[in-house]
Design a protein. Structure first.
Ligand code: NAD
Length: 503
């Protein structure tokens, strides 16, 4: 069995290791590794290593920092399959999905390679006679990232490439459920020539997180996970005076209008609801059928799901893998009984799945609940598994209002052939990311990713331009170097008109 420990100061770090977690292969139910849980002392050691590395890293030229990012890009591109294999073993998602996750993370590294361009400031020449004003963006110091189980490579890659490109030092606390991908990322960072201490990994649970949130040496925290923990992270870190962005859970609506291509919409719904076993924050978990197209959607989804291959991620023919843990599988499955008791009908029951893999795996097939109403728990709560809820409404206005009333606002999608309706939807819908005939509208890396309402606490979205803003702080420099630099004592507040009069 593997033993996974921390990564501090450019090397594996065995700390006091009094507490451990168990890592399982969800496709078999077997324990594959034991992971050390960081005590407060280990977190302090990681922060100390980052703080020691920070001054020289922030003064390393942009040319050298960009070169290191280019090297990381090459290394990651040549290890996509290795990272993906670790994800499949510990998370359970199928290989093609794991490869896709790494590819989306790689995009962020590529974005960060452009740091020389991204950190360009502005200048106003001759703001007053001989006076120029410049704006700079500077790193904020040691920053931490706390990440969820469902994207063990991509979500850390949303954060640290931009943070370190901006000149910060980084401490990552990945999910304790699938920690191995972050260790391979740490090795690649070191191989890319990024100095020890600039990127560190501490494993653990609430104890490590809470130490990060209150550590005075940490200037900023990026968090991605469930809404309850996101709120705790946001409130605690903000109270401690840190910059914080905390991305939470989701309940994404996919709205289908009667004029849409039903075959296309049903295929998109199956991909978006059941891909990665529904364990995606951008999964479509609510299908909103407008104006009577619900029956046709149900029939088409049933037909496609009957052919969907659920099995171990290591088998290239599998389209959907197991859920991440037994507890999570049982919790997700319990919503089927809750939904039935609330009056929804179970159009597809994933518990009847004939397993193509090890019976010890955490299996649950695709599920479809029909006749779901907004008052039901299955509608209101994030299930985070392969359970799609179908809600029927009369009009696009009702669909927009339904989304507005939902507690979450990560993504929303509309399927239609009517441009005016699509335009109205994208303008009015209460969500941070919108898809038009696209079911999973995750923005590419030179835009930023973020939801609204209970899906994000904080002001800035993650990666892209907002990532650069989050990991830097602004400075404005007003300077005068010309012969006019003779000071005339004046107690009035400096302003251009007064200086012009003096001259
Ligand atoms: P989680 O909230 O349980 O865990 C996220 C991180 O917080 C982990 O590193 C975990 O160790 C830590 N943590 C857990 N409980 C904690 C506590 N009580 N105090 C302090 N730290 C704690 O989330 P998860 O189950 O790993 O991931 C799934 C959730 O993440 C879903 O809700 C999903 O929607 C969300 N998610 C959101 C986005 C987004 O971009 N909005 C992206 C991916 C996942």
């Amino acid at each position: 069995m593997d033993h996974i420990t921390h990564w501090i100061d450019g090397k594996p770090w065995v700390g006091d290791a009094e507490r451990h977690g168990r890592v399982f292969n969800p496709a078999t139910g077997e324990q594959t590794a034991e992971v050390d849980f960081a005590s407060e002392t280990v977190v302090d050691e990681a922060v100390a290593a980052a703080a020691a590395a920070y001054p020289s890293w922030r003064s390393t030229s942009l040319a050298k920092r960009a070169a290191a990012l280019f090297a990381l890009r090459e290394l990651l591109a040549s290890h996509v399959d290795d990272v993906a294999a670790l994800i499949t073993v510990e998370h359970g998602k199928v290989k093609s999905d794991a490869v896709g996750e790494v590819a989306r993370g790689l995009e962020v590294v590529e974005f960060a390679c452009g740091i020389t361009q991204l950190l360009k400031g502005e200048i106003t020449e001759n703001a007053s006679s001989g006076v120029s004003v410049r704006s700079l963006r500077q790193p904020i110091g040691v920053v931490a990232g706390i990440t969820p189980f469902n994207f063990p490579a991509m979500v850390p890659l949303w954060m640290f490439p931009i943070a370190i490109a901006c000149g910060n030092a980084f401490v990552l606390k990945p999910s304790e459920k699938d920690p191995s991908a972050s260790m391979l990322l740490a090795e690649l960072v070191a191989e890319a020539g990024i100095p020890g201490g600039v990127f560190n990994v501490v494993h653990g649970d609430k104890q490590a997180v809470d130490r990060i949130l209150t550590h005075r040496g940490i200037a900023g925290v990026s968090f991605v996970g469930s809404t309850a923990v996101a709120r705790h992270v946001y409130e605690t870190a903000a109270r401690e005076g840190k910059r914080v962005q905390a991305l939470g859970g989701a309940k994404n609506h996919m709205v289908v209008l009667p004029d849409a291509d039903m075959g296309d919409a049903a295929e998109a719904a199956v991909s978006a609801a059941y891909g990665s076993a529904g364990e995606r924050c951008m999964a479509a978990s609510v299908l909103v059928a407008v104006g009577g197209c619900g029956d046709e959607l149900v029939a088409r989804i049933k037909e496609r799901v009957a052919r969907l291959l659920v099995g171990p991620g290591s088998d290239d023919t599998s389209e959907m893998g197991p859920l991440v843990t037994k507890e999570h599988r049982d919790r997700v499955a319990s919503y089927l009984d809750i939904g039935a008791a609330e009056g929804a009908s179970l159009a597809i029951d994933g518990r009847e799945l004939e397993v193509r893999g090890d019976p010890g795996g955490y299996w649950l097939g695709p599920c479809l609940l029909d006749g779901v109403k907004p008052s039901m728990r299955v509608y209101a709560e994030e299930i985070f598994g392969p359970v799609l809820s179908l809600v029927r409404v009369d009009s696009v206005e009702a669909a927009i209002e339904l989304i507005a009333q939902n507690a979450y606002g990560n993504g929303a999608a509309i399927f239609t052939t009517d441009g005016a309706t699509a335009q109205r939807f994208e303008t009015e819908v209460d969500a941070g990311m919108v898809g038009v005939n696209i079911a999973i509208p995750v923005p590419i890396a030179n835009y930023s990713f973020g939801g609204w309402k209970g899906s994000l606490f904080g002001d800035l979205h993650i990666y892209g331009p907002d990532g650069v803003r989050f990991y830097t702080r602004g400075k404005a420099v007003t300077s005068r170097w010309s012969h006019i630099a003779r000071h005339h004592a004046s107690l009035a507040f400096p302003n251009a008109a007064a200086s012009e009069r003096r001259e």
